[in-house]
Design a protein around this ligand. Structure first.
Ligand code: FAD
Length: 505
């Protein structure tokens, strides 16, 4: 039997049974390929399950993958109304769990399998000759010890949520952070529900300026209404909160716009003790209370005293350790796929949408390995499931050899409605004249503020024709964020395919 035949007999390993991993499995089945889904948790969507209580801001129409929908409908699925807003728990119970239990998919799912390493059989990272014909080996940690699986390709949909960023403003844990870990929750604890007893009547510090922080602050405000002894403190590393306050009515997702507006109203009401421009360096405990020590923007020392509990909502980062033995190429600061980075860099983008992208932008030097879903964004925020669904459709088409379908990438995403705000990450400056769609040029380079990503510079690092922007006149209508690759000039399309581009749509 030839090597190619041997490889083709192997399954495609899908790492993680979150919404994007399960969508990948559905696409693989639809194309007659065999998935092997390896999930660390004991059930599907272990990450979403940690914030079951949170109402999502994207309605069902954006939350269900098309291949998954087709598979479910074959089995009499009662599809929820497109415009309904599920909680994370409802997404799991009404969509992901039924999907995973379908007879076509269930036999391909393995739980309690935490992937700890991926390599190629007979090859370390250095060895080249014959590499592409070698199967992947995926090693997992299970309750019974390590296991290994062979695969023809690997779709890594492990997300980022299980690797939260620390409280320390410099990207490393604050001094004392791990020792005082019992008093710190990462992510979105159910402060007004299941974990109410831990937070009621407490002085709670929320750290971060994203949607998770917003959700926790609003939930704590609800708790404080029920138990007025509860007090809420909010610390942010920046004083530029335009991103989290959002685009209000201009947001393509109404619920996301409202979340930001409710947070702004809460802040304006004075119900929060606010610490902007506060950079956390150290946490100490004395007299049963936590004292959070940091610096202000001008370098002067400052402290937030008398804290009982901390909710850390500073984002998350991908686990790059599992691909240590693969030839992967990441963006140096986002840790996303290299070609995707210019499209999603929060230093430059605020629209919340991303230009359509697929297998080409997601590819690594290691052929057959793709990071998709939230992990593909690395440390960049604003990932939406709909983006991941289109990613896996394209990647699976490429694995099936259908390059026409793989390259026909289409993505319709709602914008946040804050595209007119030029964001320098963590130091957003409101500058109506130079936004994501009229703003900064290539990453880290001198920029011509008059020429933005939708009317200005092209791919990062390339010589650029300032008269022809990456959107080349195909700038999306405000608030829709809809841009089809087929609408773009062929010249731009080629550039994108080869080197990625800098654009907000
Ligand atoms: C509070 C909150 C609200 C959000 N609201 C929205 C919204 O309204 N709309 C929207 O589109 N998006 C929303 N998002 C983003 C959403 O979570 C992601 O779009 C989605 O979960 C990404 O799916 P994923 O499959 O890529 O990753 P995840 O959902 O993170 O799934 C990853 C899976 O991989 C598993 N895993 C991790 N490591 C390993 C390993 N080493 N081995 C094996 N398995 C592993 C995990 O257990 C998990 O099951 C929200 C996120 C948060 C935090």
């Amino acid at each position: 039997m030839s090597t190619a035949t041997t490889l083709n007999n192997l399954p495609v390993a899908v790492l993680g049974a979150g919404p994007v991993g399960l969508a990948a499995a559905a696409h693989l089945l639809e194309r007659g390929l065999t998935p092997l889904v390896l999930e660390a948790g004991s059930a599907v969507a272990a990450n979403l399950a940690t914030y079951r209580q949170v109402r999502l801001f994207s309605p069902w129409q954006f939350n269900v993958d098309k291949a998954a929908r087709r598979l479910l409908l074959q089995h009499g699925w009662n599809a929820p109304a497109d415009d309904g807003l599920p909680t994370a728990g409802e997404l799991v119970d009404q969509y992901l769990a039924p999907l995973a239990s379908l007879p076509a998919l269930a036999p391909h799912l393995k739980f309690g399998q935490r992937v700890i390493a991926i390599t190629r059989a007979g090859f370390d990272k250095v060895k080249t000759k014959g590499r592409e014909a070698a199967p992947f080996i995926v090693r997992t940690q299970t309750a019974e010890g390590p296991q290994e699986f062979l695969a023809r390709a690997v779709i890594d949909a492990t997300g980022t949520w299980s690797h939260p960023n620390p409280l320390g403003a410099n990207g490393i844990a604050a001094i004392g952070e791990s020792a005082l870990g019992e008093r710190i929750a990462y992510g979105m604890p159910d402060v007004a529900g299941l974990e109410r007893s831990r937070y009621a009547g407490q002085r709670v510090l929320v750290v971060g300026a994203g949607h998770s922080a917003a959700g926790s602050l609003l939930a704590l405000a609800q708790l404080a209404e029920q138990d007025p002894r509860t007090s809420i403190v909010w610390a942010t590393r920046s004083s530029q909160l335009a991103r989290v306050f959002g685009g209000g009515d201009a947001d393509g997702l109404r619920a996301r716009g409202q979340l930001g507006q409710r947070l702004k109203a809460l802040r304006d009401s004075g119900a929060l003790e606010m610490h902007e421009d506060f950079r956390i360096r150290e946490i100490v405990e004395s007299g049963g209370k936590l004292h959070v020590i940091g610096e202000l923007k001008d370098g002067s020392a400052s402290a937030i005293d008398g804290i009982d509990r901390i909710v850390c909502a500073t984002g998350a980062r991908p686990d790059l350790s599992i691909t240590r033995e693969l030839r992967v190429r990441h963006d140096p600061w986002l840790e996303s796929t290299d070609l995707l980075a210019p499209l999603i860099d929060p230093n430059e983008h605020s629209c919340g949408s991303v230009r359509p992208h697929g297998h080409r932008e997601l590819a690594h030097p290691e052929s057959g390995y793709y990071a998709v879903g939230a992990k593909s964004y690395g440390r960049a925020p604003n990932f939406l499931m709909a983006t991941g669904y289109e990613q896996v459709r394209s990647v699976v088409a490429a694995l099936a050899g259908d390059m026409g379908a793989a390259d026909d990438v289409q993505l319709e995403l709602p914008e946040t409605g804050v595209c007119n705000t030029r964001l320098a990450y963590d130091d957003a400056e409101t500058d109506k004249s130079s936004g994501c769609c009229g703003g900064p040029g290539p990453r880290g380079e001198a920029q011509d503020q008059s020429s933005g990503c939708c009317g200005g510079p092209g791919p990062r690092g390339d010589a650029q024709d300032q008269s022809s922007g990456c959107c080349g006149g195909a700038k999306p209508a405000a608030g829709t964020g809809t841009l089809r690759l087929s609408e773009l000039p062929a010249r731009w399309f080629r550039t994108l395919a080869l080197s990625g581009a800098h654009c907000c749509a």
